[in-house]
Design a protein around this ligand. Sequence first.
Ligand SMILES: Cc1cc2nc3c(=O)[nH]c(=O)nc-3n(C[C@H](O)[C@H](O)[C@H](O)COP(=O)(O)OP(=O)(O)OC[C@H]3O[C@@H](n4cnc5c(N)ncnc54)[C@H](O)[C@@H]3O)c2cc1C
Length: 407
Amino acid sequence: MHSPFPKSVIIIGGGVIGMSTAFHLSEKGVKDISIIEKETVGSGSSGQAAGIVTCLQWNATSVVARMKTLDLFERFSNILEGYTFQQVGCLNLSSKEDYFQGADIRELHDKLGANYETYIGSELTEKFPDVMTQKDEYGILDPRGGYSEPHTYIPALRKKIESMGVKIYENEQVQNFKFKGNQITGVVSFSKSENKEKNYECDSVICAVNAWINELLSPIDFKIPMKNFIHERFVTEPFNRELNLPVINDRVFQSYVRGTEDNRILVGTSQHNPKNYIIEDSDFNIKDLKPFNDALDFLKEAFKNRVPIIIDKKWDYHTVGLISVTVDATPVIGPVPNLSGMFLCSNFHSGGFAYNPVAGLLISEHVIYGKTSINSDTYLPSRFSEFETKAYLDKTHNLEDLEVKRH
Ligand SMILES: Cc1cc2nc3c(=O)[nH]c(=O)nc-3n(C[C@H](O)[C@H](O)[C@H](O)COP(=O)(O)OP(=O)(O)OC[C@H]3O[C@@H](n4cnc5c(N)ncnc54)[C@H](O)[C@@H]3O)c2cc1C
């Protein structure tokens, strides 16, 4: 039997996933919601993201989930002050061979009502004059896709949830959980600003710590088979004319490019540095990641013929973070097996920004109703109950060993 309506919920992790979760719980009537964040809100990978979103995913659950996420981004654009969803379209660009191999996936999109438009070679340049393609390259455009700027979305979502009564504790790290039998009853944290241990009582806990998930779960006997990878993005100085390009998930170069709200070009990838990154301890901070010297050269070379306007442009700033990928490259959303009141919402590969509106919705439904409004069983943590997780975690992996598809 599912637990009664939750009175108090603690969310661990103040990235976009934790904040979206707080939004949906509050909207559904949960009164006492706290977010505990070990640094500051958005300082994890969320603040570093490119914010790209498309619903053109590769399995039915994710297509349906992403269609819902697009509905929610459109809604957030109306209700979050200072935030606009930049619906410029999201183009999956691929070689001819890759395109024909994707026939089944397009059939799935047709079946589920995920609209797309197809462009071949120079047709793309006619539609988007700043984009160059080879004549045998194929583009599938999601006209509802686009991007959110993390630096406008994160403060806008924070302001919204605080206005709804959500409490946010920053510079405070959760270090342990409290249980009565198999029922969670609270968490123990350490506040860096107050320099003291703090104890919280609650009836549900949601772990939304992405790359740190296994460090957070160290007190319990359940882990996620996942690996973290360094991911970087670079932004040019502004251009003095309006740019005309969609977001491009470039499967030919395994990288991506988009414009920005302030008329720059942004490019990103993980491909130059494919070995998984090891977090040494739970104090690890995204700021500890060092940029790779050859990352920008890799991207400039990849995109010089795709968006030639970047060739002579100066590069202004860059961000570096982690993408966090499970063994099946599928997110983890749902209850921890054999524990009552404890939930996970993490490991969204390079798509956590895109997932955040719907992921927050789904996990809030798990907590409140014990089931979700769309079939999301493939996301349940229990799929790893029989998996040899320890052996998996002990091994080193390269990005190409995993079935990662972008955003
Ligand atoms: C360069 C780059 C570009 C990207 N581009 C895109 C994109 O275009 N589209 C897309 O969809 N996704 C993108 N991603 C992926 C996306 O950023 C992540 O999937 C998403 O931000 C995950 O959000 P989150 O809230 O789960 O994690 P995070 O933002 O990492 O938040 C987790 C938080 O948990 C906190 N925490 C950890 N341990 C504890 C603890 N014990 N106690 C309290 N707090 C704790 C951390 O400090 C952190 O703030 C990109 C990532 C990178 C690095």
